[in-house]
Design a protein around this ligand. Structure first.
Ligand code: SAH
Ligand code: SF4
Ligand code: F3S
Length: 472
């Protein structure tokens, strides 16, 4: 990668330097000023935004959700599909307008898009009003960059990942449910995917550091943690120490936080030990997000997924047999180059066999720099859209079927927030990760309560707080 106009890539090797340089930098320079933060993309970015909020708070900014009130705007971007780019450039158009009337407004663009050379160069040429561009490897430098912000654009993007750093001052969105990064980056290099390029090589955190964070969250009263990584079950493979994801999961479960979750698992790295640990500990939630991507072994091979349709089905069966009641969701891409009608039918076939609880479905989007982008994108837009529609219809019918099985049952729900579905309603998730809108539980945010399910839709359940469930 050659970026003539940008700073040369640096390799961070000295953790102390990285921490001393910028981590948790405090200043009252911006007291009384407000930040507006917009997050695109996956849970990884959502959690990175909690780090960004920590940095901004340490610089004395407070948060606003009103763009017009902001003194600083930070966009934490995603590069996974073309439409992710379009959204960010659209939003930058609005910001350009705002900045005409407010020249002191500081505009920052970070995240996965900023890691792409073409984007960094485009921001330099066409969006000079953006003050700060930072990448995924140097979020910890953002505080320093903001303190030094000027009308000159400052681009600090490192093409090579550095060390993992600890003791980050997160400002978490929730007091009840927390993300815990267990690793950064990804080594899988699925041929369509930009993540290994925007997030770098897999770097696992040391197990004692992770467990210390989990213990702290438990002591702070958190009810739920989600262990986070692009490929969590490859955890530890990059470390000299001899531990793997099953060990980490078990150790985390022993800390006795009421609910433990994890995302995302790759079918290739799923071990029997993992399945057994999930089955053994009641506080490890019976819910697995297990991306399929395609039901055709031919397409899976082109995607570099390292498993066949049969391997996936075998794993699925094993999980269902060993962990009764486990819900499974998936990701599926349609319209990958050379996907024939027959290949697509195989995907539908797997959906019918697995009857997934839910699926995130996507139209293939070629990403510059990935191996798949070199294969001719030979499926027409119309065919891709028709396949997506057919798939969504099937997927949604299974979601509804599963959800209907909950009606009249009493389930445990962790109530997380007020619901958008009405003033007196709150919402939360079942152990199996079903969203429930609840009446009669306004005072229960942050608690795990019994809820009687009254009706079901494809994407959510309705329920009432069950008051008599605990009285025998
Ligand atoms: N690490 C996770 C998820 C990565 S991104 C995993 O391996 O499953 C989330 C989802 O976006 C992927 O599972 C895939 O279904 C989809 N995706 C990734 N790259 C894509 C592309 N180029 N076009 C369309 N969908 C893509
Ligand atoms: Fe992308 Fe594959 Fe890594 Fe997931 S496992 S982030 S799809 S390269
Ligand atoms: Fe997007 Fe980056 Fe996540 S590309 S999906 S925000 S890792």
């Amino acid at each position: 990668m050659n970026l003539p106009n940008l700073k040369e890539a640096k390799i961070r090797t000295n953790k102390e330097v990285a921490i001393k340089e910028a981590l948790n930098l405090k200043s009252d320079k911006f007291k009384g000023q407000k930040f507006y933060l917009k997050t695109y993309g996956c849970q990884m970015n959502v959690h990175d935004s909690e780090e960004i909020k920590g940095i901004l708070t340490n610089l004395s900014f407070s948060e606003t959700t009103d763009l017009n009130e902001a003194d600083i705007i930070v966009l934490n971007t995603c590069a996974i599909r073309e439409n992710a780019h379009d959204k960010v450039f659209g939003f930058l158009g609005r910001i350009k307008h705002l900045k005409r009337n407010k020249p002191d407004l500081i505009v920052c663009v970070g995240g996965c898009m900023a890691q792409e050379n073409s984007v960094a160069n485009l921001l330099k040429e066409k969006y000079p009003f953006v003050n700060i561009v930072f990448g995924t490897h140097n979020i910890n430098e953002l505080g320093t960059m903001i303190l030094n912000a000027s009308s000159n654009q400052d681009i600090e993007v490192y093409s090579i990942e550095g060390d993992v750093y600890e003791n980050i001052d997160y400002k978490r969105d929730s007091k009840y449910s927390a993300w815990v990064n267990i690793m950064y980056g990804c080594d899988k290099f699925c041929t369509y995917c930009i993540v290994p390029y925007t997030r770098g090589k897999q770097r696992s955190r040391k197990m004692p550091d992770i467990l210390k964070e989990v213990q702290t969250l438990k002591d702070e009263g958190y009810q739920e943690i989600t262990l986070l990584g692009q490929n969590v079950n490859a955890y530890g493979k990059d470390l000299a120490e001899n531990y793997d994801f099953a060990t980490l999961l078990e150790e985390a479960a022993r800390i006795n936080i009421p609910r433990i979750r994890f995302v995302t698992s790759h079918p290739w790295d799923f071990t029997d030990e993992m399945i057994n640990v999930i089955a053994k500990y009641p506080n490890i939630m019976p819910y697995i997000h297990l991306p399929l991507q395609s039901g055709s072994s031919k397409i899976l091979k082109l995607m570099g997924r390292r498993y066949t349709k049969e391997d996936y089905l075998k794993l699925y069966q094993k999980i269902k047999e060993t962990i009764p009641g486990c819900s499974i969701t998936t990701d599926i891409i349609v319209g990958f180059p050379n996907e024939t009608e027959e290949d697509f039918k195989e995907t539908l076939d797997v959906v019918n066999t697995c009857a997934f609880d839910g699926a995130y479905t996507f139209i293939y989007s070629p990403r510059e720099g990935t191996p798949a982008a070199l294969i001719k994108d030979n499926i027409s837009k119309e065919v891709k859209e028709a396949r997506l529609q057919t798939l969504n219809k099937l997927v949604n019918s299974y979601s509804l079927k599963h959800n209907k099985e909950y009606v009249n049952k009493i389930v445990k729900v962790l109530v997380t927030s007020p619901s958008e579905k009405g003033e007196n309603k709150v919402c939360g998730y079942t152990e199996t990760m079903k969203l429930v809108n609840i009446t009669g539980a306004s005072n229960d945010i942050g608690k795990i309560i019994d809820v009687k399910i009254t009706s079901a839709k494809s994407f959510s359940l309705d329920g009432e707080k069950e008051i008599f469930a605990n009285i025998s």
